[in-house]
Write a protein that binds this ligand. Structure first.
Ligand SMILES: *Cc1c(COP(=O)(O)O)cnc(C)c1O
Ligand code: SF4
Length: 423
């Protein structure tokens, strides 16, 4: 390979060969737009980005031409979930395209004021599983710790819009000492997931205070942080933050990206700093109409995530949150997307598609059916190309040897692949 790069080395200061340059060029730096005159040290300062967020209709209107649906949405919807967009993330919006997939995620629309009869304030029944203010214990061995109600920007489909942003009727009042006391007492809790809101909005010191208390609990094996900051505000992922986080290993992080446009050079570098600090990265994507309800878009996103050293973890069917009907797709579409990924691309690029059950039953995996028939003797399966195969089922009956019985042996000798190829 090195020989092929000689010519390119003269042209490319980093000495990458042409294929590498090609791959890297898919991650573009985000332009500065109207902030062109802002000095680098401000633009790259996460606190500057937060101070300059777009939070009002007036501010947004000076930056782009709103559609009537958006305008009305901004007037009405802000009573439930606030508007906030970091300048960095705003610049990913295609200002000439009212259907821009980035725009649909963060700019309210009037449809948010419409509630379908099956939509809920707390679609996943989190409040019912709250064991201390801010602590949700829904599964046997792990807890969800909601440490803040604030985010760098607000996603219009947020499953916790009832508490997130502080604009709605309900408020989150996390009781840190009660929550930590609960985890300390409950020795079955081996996994603590910090979320919110976005935990990375805390200062390094404040976050470290929480992490160190959790780490001091002997039965807590595994810490993880769910955050969209690397995507909304990659500037927050400073070397200092990474140096602090790495003291609390094993610590994993789940980020949240929905569209390949979000995978910029800035996000790639932020993920690189986290990965270099030994933090395994996962990603969750929410399936959204007009954003990523397309197999090619999803595949590109998954490929870009792998290049950023992020393992796709979940695709969520959009929760039944009040006012999100316009963003929801069919479950069939989700299954179709998984079907288009599995076998067709790298296994690491295939996340688990889940429905977080309405009312609070937890996440349930949903996917294409690969088992066509199944009895005591055999399993009939199909592959990603639709070819059919048989696999002998092993008898689980007590005391019996695990060798297949006669019927199964026959199946074994009749090679399914041969039969399949002939058909
Ligand atoms: C999603 C979730 C978790 C974590 O689930 P995993 O499938 O382990 O990632 C834990 N608690 C609650 C309440 C959740 O919603
Ligand atoms: S970053 Fe997460 S918690 Fe915050 S608004 Fe988006 S989905 Fe909700």
């Amino acid at each position: 390979m090195a020989y092929n790069c000689v010519v390119m080395q003269n042209e490319d200061p980093d000495g990458h060969c042409s294929r590498v340059v090609d791959r890297v060029s898919r991650f573009r730096m985000t332009g500065r737009g109207v902030w062109a005159s802002v000095p680098d040290h401000d633009w790259n300062d996460w606190r500057w980005q937060l101070r300059h967020r777009i939070t009002t209709l007036e501010a947004l209107e000076t930056l782009l031409k709103l559609t009537p649906e958006e305008r009305e949405g901004l007037v009405l919807a802000g009573n439930n979930l606030a508007l906030a967009i970091t300048p960095y993330f705003f610049n990913l919006i295609d200002r000439d395209n009212p259907d821009c997939p980035i725009r649909r995620q963060v700019i309210p629309r009037v449809e948010e004021t419409v509630t379908a009869s099956w939509e809920m304030i707390d679609p996943c029944g989190e409040d019912a599983h709250m064991v201390a203010p801010g602590l949700v214990h829904r599964y046997p061995d792990r807890v969800l710790f909601l440490v803040t109600d604030r985010c760098a920007s607000y996603c219009r489909y947020c499953t916790r819009s009832r508490v997130v942003s502080g604009a709605g009727e309900q408020h989150l009042h996390t009781d840190f000492s009660e929550a930590i006391q609960y985890i300390r007492k409950h020795t079955e809790v081996r996994d603590v997931l910090l979320s919110g809101g976005d935990p990375l909005l805390f200062s390094d010191d404040r976050l470290e205070h929480i992490l160190s208390q959790l780490r001091a609990i002997p039965h807590v094996e595994f810490l993880r942080i769910g955050t969209r900051i690397p995507v909304f505000l990659p500037q927050r992922v400073t070397p200092e933050l990474c140096a602090m986080l790495r003291k609390y290993h094993p610590l994993w992080m789940g980020i949240h990206t929905n569209h390949p446009k979000e995978a910029t050079a800035e996000v790639r570098e932020a993920c690189g700093r986290l990965a270099d600090a030994g933090i395994p990265l996962g990603n969750q994507t929410v399936l959204l109409r007009g954003v990523n309800d397309d197999a090619a878009v999803m595949k590109e996103l998954m490929h870009k995530l792998l290049m950023m050293r992020v393992r796709p973890y979940y695709i969520y069917q959009c929760d039944l949150v009040k006012g999100t009907h316009h963003l929801r797709t069919s479950v069939r579409k989700g299954i179709e997307i998984i079907e288009a990924l599995r076998g067709h691309t790298t296994g690491y690029a295939v996340p688990q598609y889940v429905i977080d059950t309405p009312g609070g039953g937890g996440k349930v995996p949903i996917g294409p059916e690969y088992v066509l028939a199944y009895d005591k003797q055999r399993v009939i399966i199909r592959n990603y190309e639709g070819k059919v195969f048989e696999y002998p089922e092993v008898s689980e009956s007590r005391g019996a040897p695990t060798t297949p019985d006669k019927a199964v042996t026959e199946v074994k000798h009749g090679c399914a692949r041969e039969r399949c190829d002939r058909s």
